[in-house]
Ligand binder design. Structure first.
Ligand SMILES: Nc1ncnc2c1ncn2[C@@H]1O[C@H](COP(=O)(O)OP(=O)(O)O)[C@@H](O)[C@H]1O
Length: 329
C-alpha cells in the first residue's frame, strides 16, 4: 500500500508537437522523403485528448510544442477556420493548454495577431512577486503548476525573419545574421555547409539577448528556490537531439544560459518531425524533440503524458513517441 502511494506521481502533463492541421489532401515534406497527413492530424489530436482525459492521473496542463496549423492554410484563406477546428479539439480536453509558437504560426498570422489570439496562453503565466515578464512582444513566460516545479515557454522566433515587420530593427538584424551564413536567393534553402551552419534558414530563428537575460533571471530565482525547471520551445537547442537543419540559430547561447544554472532538468521542442533525444551528461539536462503529428500515419499516434516525481519524470509515449525516463541529477 505504502509502495503504491510512493509510486503516485506528484502531477502529470500532456505533450504534443507539430499537428500542422490543414483541410487538404495528404502530401509530402519539401525533400519528398516523408508523407504528411494534413487532414487526419486533427483526429490524432483528438486521440491525444481522449487519452489525457482517460489517464489515471489526469494532466494538470498540456504543452503544445508549436506548428498547430499548417502554413498551407494561409494562401487558402483558411487560417482562422483551421485554428478554430484545432482549438475546438483542445476544448474537449481535461486541462489548460500552453501553446508554443513555431514557424507555421507565423506563416498564418502576424506576431501582433498571435499576441491577441487564443494561441497566446500567457494568461496561465505566474504573476506577482518574482514573475517579472519579458518585453511584451516577446512570447516567453514561466508558470509553476506545483510548488518546486517551474516551466518556461520560450520564443524561438524572437530573432527571425518570420513574424517581424520588414521595416523593423528586429527584421534588419535577423537578416544581417542569416546573410552571414546563407547566400541563397531562397533563404528557406539551407546553406551548403555540411555542419551545424545548415540551421541558418528562414524557417528557423533564435532568442534575443533580452530574452536570454530574462531566462537567466528566471533560472537564478529557480536555483535559489531549488526548483526543477523544464523549458519548452519550438526549436531544439542541442545538436545531438535533432538534425542540424532544425536547430535554433543561437543554440549555443541558450545552452550557455542553461549550463550556468543547476535547476534545468529538461528542454522540450518540436519542429524536427522524426523526433530526437539526448541526455547531456555534463549538465544532466534531458533534451527531448517530440515526434511530429503531421508525419504520423492515421493508424498511429504521436503524443505523450509525462508523470513527474520528486526525483524524475517519466514520459509515456503513444504511437511513434517512445517511453523515456528523465532522471534528475
Ligand atoms: N531545402 C529547402 N529548400 C527550399 N525551401 C525549403 C527547403 N526545405 C523547406 N523549404 C520550405 O521552407 C518552408 C518550411 O518547410 P517545412 O518543411 O514545411 O517546415 P516544417 O518542417 O516546419 O513543416 C516551406 O515553405 C518549405 O517549402
Amino acid at each position: 500500500m505504502d509502495e503504491c502511494r510512493l509510486q503516485e506521481p506528484l502531477f502529470t502533463f500532456g505533450v504534443i508537437a507539430d499537428v500542422q492541421y490543414a483541410d487538404i489532401d495528404d502530401g509530402q515534406n519539401y525533400s519528398r522523403t516523408r508523407d504528411r497527413y494534413y487532414r487526419s492530424s486533427l483526429q490524432l489530436l483528438s486521440n491525444a485528448q481522449d487519452a489525457w482525459r482517460e489517464a489515471r492521473v489526469q494532466p494538470l496542463f498540456v504543452l503544445q510544442l508549436g506548428d498547430l496549423i499548417d502554413g498551407f492554410n494561409e494562401p487558402r484563406g483558411a487560417s482562422e477556420r483551421a485554428l478554430d477546428a484545432a482549438l475546438r479539439r483542445f476544448e474537449t480536453g481535461p486541462a489548460p493548454v500552453h501553446h508554443v509558437w513555431g514557424n507555421h504560426e507565423f506563416y498564418n498570422f502576424s506576431r501582433s495577431a498571435l499576441l491577441r489570439s487564443p494561441l497566446n496562453s500567457r494568461l496561465h503565466a505566474d504573476s506577482g512577486a518574482g514573475a517579472a515578464p519579458v518585453r511584451p512582444d516577446i512570447y516567453a513566460y514561466r508558470f509553476t503548476p506545483v510548488p518546486g516545479f517551474t516551466f518556461v515557454v520560450l520564443d524561438a522566433y524572437d530573432v527571425s525573419l518570420l513574424g517581424r515587420e520588414e521595416s523593423s530593427e528586429e527584421y534588419r538584424s535577423a537578416m544581417e545574421l542569416i546573410r552571414k551564413y546563407n547566400q541563397n536567393q531562397d533563404l528557406n534553402c539551407p546553406p551548403a555547409f555540411e555542419d551545424l551552419r545548415q540551421r541558418f534558414t528562414r524557417f528557423n530563428g533564435g532568442f534575443s539577448k533580452e530574452q536570454l537575460d530574462w531566462l537567466d533571471s528566471v533560472l537564478t530565482s529557480a536555483d535559489e528556490k531549488q526548483e526543477r525547471v523544464t523549458i519548452a520551445s519550438h526549436l531544439p537547442v542541442h545538436p545531438f537531439s535533432t538534425d542540424a537543419v532544425c536547430l535554433a540559430w543561437n543554440f549555443e547561447e541558450l545552452l550557455a544560459v542553461i549550463h550556468s544554472h543547476k535547476c534545468v532538468v529538461c528542454y522540450m521542442a518540436g519542429h524536427a518531425h522524426d523526433g530526437g533525444y539526448h541526455h547531456d551528461k555534463d549538465t544532466g539536462v534531458h533534451h527531448l524533440t517530440l515526434d511530429g503529428v503531421i508525419e504520423t500515419p492515421p493508424y498511429s499516434d504521436a503524443f505523450g503524458i509525462v508523470s513527474v516525481y520528486a526525483d524524475r519524470m517519466e514520459l509515456k509515449g503513444s504511437g511513434r513517441v517512445l517511453d523515456r525516463l528523465f532522471l534528475f541529477s
